[in-house]
Design a protein around this ligand. Structure first.
Ligand SMILES: [Zn+2]
Length: 273
C-alpha cells in the first residue's frame, strides 16, 4: 500500500503536513513506484528529488520537496491511472511571530529564582526548535530582565483562583512586560492553591489568538527546563493538557513532560486561534 510519510516533530501527522508560506518540507511516498503524483492547486509546488531514481528505475520510496507558495490547503495525490493510491493534505501557513518576555523574579524577602537572563537566548533557541518546524511559530524576545517585586511572595508562589486576595500569580501579572504577548515568570517555587507540591509551572490558557498571557515556572523541576517552559507557553497559545501519548509536548503529567511533538489539532489551534 502506497502512503505518504513525513519527519517526526516536523509538522507531520498521518495524511497531513504543515508547510510554511515561502518555506518547504520534505515528504516521502512509500511503495510509490510507478505512481503519478499530482498536486491540487496554486498553494504549493512539488519537486521530486532526483536521488530517489536508482539504475534508471524509480525506487519504491520517493522523496518530494513541497514548497509553500501561499496560505491555504491543498491535496497531493499519488495515482495509478485514475485510481488514488495515497494522498496527503498540505496546509500552507504563514509564520506567526510571538513576542515573549522572560522575567527573573525576586521578592522583598530575598526569595529569588536561581535562573538568570544570561540563559534567555539559549532558551529562546530551544523554544523555536520545538515550535518553528512544527507550527511555524517564531518567538522573539522583547525583554529578558530581572524583576524585583515589592512584596513578600513567600516560599511558594501560589495561584489561587478562588481567593483573589491570596493569588500571588496576579501580583506577578501586574508586573508583566506590557509589549509581550507571552510573559514567562521564573520563580523559586510555585503551585496551585490546595494542590500537593508537584507543580512545575502554572499557566493561563489563551482563549483568543490575540490574548496576552502569562505563565510561571519554578526552579525545581522534575523534567527538562526547556520543555517545561515550552509546555507552559503552549498553554499560553491556547493548548490544553493531553494525557494520551507521552511523546507530546502537552502531555500533562506533572514532572513527566518528556515529549516535544505537537499534534495537527494543536498546530491548527495555534495557527487559527
Ligand atoms: Zn500543562
Amino acid at each position: 500500500m502506497a502512503r505518504f510519510s513525513g519527519k517526526k516533530n516536523n509538522g507531520f501527522e498521518v495524511g497531513w503536513q504543515m508547510v510554511p508560506v515561502n518555506g518547504q518540507k520534505e515528504v516521502e511516498l512509500l511503495a510509490g513506484s510507478g505512481l503519478t503524483v499530482v498536486d491540487g492547486g496554486a498553494h504549493l509546488k512539488i519537486i521530486e528529488l532526483r536521488e530517489t531514481t536508482r539504475g534508471g528505475s524509480r525506487a519504491s520510496t520517493r522523496k518530494f520537496t513541497i514548497k509553500g507558495l501561499k496560505k491555504g490547503k491543498a491535496v497531493i495525490w499519488a495515482k495509478n491511472r485514475s485510481k488514488i493510491s495515497a494522498q496527503v493534505t498540505i496546509q500552507v501557513i504563514p509564520q506567526r511571530i510571538v513576542a515573549i518576555a522572560f522575567n527573573y523574579v525576586s521578592d522583598s524577602a530575598g526569595n529569588k529564582t536561581k535562573r538568570s537572563p544570561k540563559t534567555a537566548n539559549f532558551l529562546l533557541r530551544k523554544l523555536n526548535n520545538i515550535y518553528l518546524p512544527q507550527a511555524n511559530v517564531n518567538f522573539q524576545i522583547v525583554a529578558a530582565r530581572k524583576l524585583k517585586i515589592n512584596a513578600t511572595l513567600g516560599k511558594v508562589v501560589i495561584r489561587d483562583l478562588k481567593k483573589p486576595s491570596k493569588d500571588q500569580f496576579s501580583v506577578l501579572i501586574a508586573n508583566r512586560f506590557p509589549k509581550a504577548q507571552v510573559n514567562v515568570f521564573f520563580v523559586w517555587e510555585c503551585q496551585k492553591a490546595g494542590k500537593a507540591h508537584d507543580t512545575d509551572g502554572v499557566a493561563e490558557i489563551a482563549v483568543s489568538r490575540n490574548e496576552k498571557t502569562n505563565c510561571m515556572v519554578e526552579d525545581n523541576l522534575g523534567a527538562s527546563f526547556e520543555r517545561v517552559v515550552a509546555h507552559e507557553v503552549g498553554h499560553n497559545l491556547g493548548l490544553k493538557d493531553d494525557y494520551s501519548i507521552p511523546d507530546l509536548l502537552m502531555y500533562g503529567q506533572s514532572g513527566k513532560i518528556v515529549g516535544t511533538r505537537l499534534r495537527k489539532s494543536e498546530i491548527e489551534r495555534i495557527w487559527a486561534g
